[in-house]
Design a protein around this ligand. Structure first.
Ligand code: MBD
Ligand code: FE
Length: 304
């Protein structure tokens, strides 16, 4: 079928048939997407079986709650970041720590403290390196921000996240730390290991067909917010990880690579109240002041 015929057909089916109140935005989106889908079916000469296979795939992915994972793996979530960067630049909003994807594994309601939090439940203390992650939250002029809300979440040594991994305790490796009077946050936790898509899952099944892996480098997620500032969604990825620049979710960005330094000095170990060497990461954050013309940084999505 010709494109003009497809366009006329979709209009006839979805616009000309409207009788009740129309949500114009939804109508515009549906008409566009259905038109583009029909054109793709035409161009690729999809068989009926292939079309049903596609719908069945989406059904399975939805039932497995893997659509968020699929969005990451297909680069949709990263694409939205690139568009948000463009919109910021167009609005003249510049500076601050770069954004990168939230991913599908945030859980709201983590325990809150000021200045310091121990994030791990101790279950991996004997088998995994202890990690101190710390930093300052500042504005773009370099002034520290006291009371900034720093939400941190990351995986355990198997690359799994609490809540989604029911073998972990509630809110393990998830904390909210408000910066202290020096604008500092300190988190004591355990070294994360990169996530891999469930091998038998729907996302990995598709990645396999694309000849792609489903692995992320070791990383730690952040939401950082403070009244009067734009909310930052970001994460750092760890130097030395084989997937650092080969992330299936495309989240690694310049400015968001951190190095975990080995600390073996006995005084430093004692000062931290430990009895073995540990790792330390510095991750400072710069927030940008909110302005009337700045695009919103609040993203509505269903979260656990
Ligand atoms: C993750 O931990 C993650 O951060 C993303 C983006 C996708 C899957 C797992
Ligand atoms: Fe993650």
């Amino acid at each position: 079928m010709k494109y003009t015929d497809i366009e006329a057909l979709v209009k006839k089916m979805n616009i000309d048939t409207a009788k009740g109140a129309v949500d114009k935005r939804v109508q515009e989106i549906v008409v566009r997407l259905v038109t583009d889908l029909f054109k793709a079916i035409e161009d690729l000469d999809l068989t009926q079986s292939e079309v049903w296979k596609g719908l069945e795939y989406l059904t399975d992915a939805g039932q497995a709650n893997e659509l968020g994972l699929l969005a990451a793996g297909l680069g949709l979530e990263h694409f939205l970041d690139l568009r948000a960067d463009e919109a910021d630049a167009q609005a003249g909003v510049i500076g601050g720590t770069p954004r990168t994807i939230e991913g599908p594994l945030y859980v709201a309601g983590a325990p809150e403290t000021v200045g310091f939090a121990r994030m791990d439940d101790g279950s991996e203390s004997d088998t995994v390196d202890t990690l101190f992650v710390e930093g300052l939250v500042r504005d773009t002029e370099g002034n520290i921000i006291e009371g900034a809300k720093v939400e941190i979440w990351h995986a355990n040594s198997l690359g799994n996240y609490s809540f989604f991994d029911k073998s972990q305790s509630d809110f393990n490796l998830r904390r909210t730390i408000f910066t202290d009077t020096n604008g500092q946050y300190v988190a004591q936790t355990t070294m994360p290991v990169g996530y891999g898509c469930p091998p038998e899952g729907t996302t990995q099944a598709l990645l396999n067909k694309l000849g792609r892996h489903g692995n992320r480098p070791s990383h730690i997620h952040y939401f950082v917010s403070s009244p009067g500032y734009r909310k930052l969604t970001t994460q750092f990825n760890l130097e030395g990880d084989e997937y650092l620049w080969d992330d299936f979710a495309f989240a690694t960005r310049d400015g968001l690579v951190a190095t975990a330094v080995d600390v073996t000095d006995s005084t430093a170990i004692e000062t931290r109240g430990l009895n073995k060497p540990f790792k330390q990461i510095n991750f400072d954050v710069v927030l940008v002041k909110d302005t009337a013309n700045a695009p919103t940084t609040e993203i509505e999505r269903r979260r656990a």
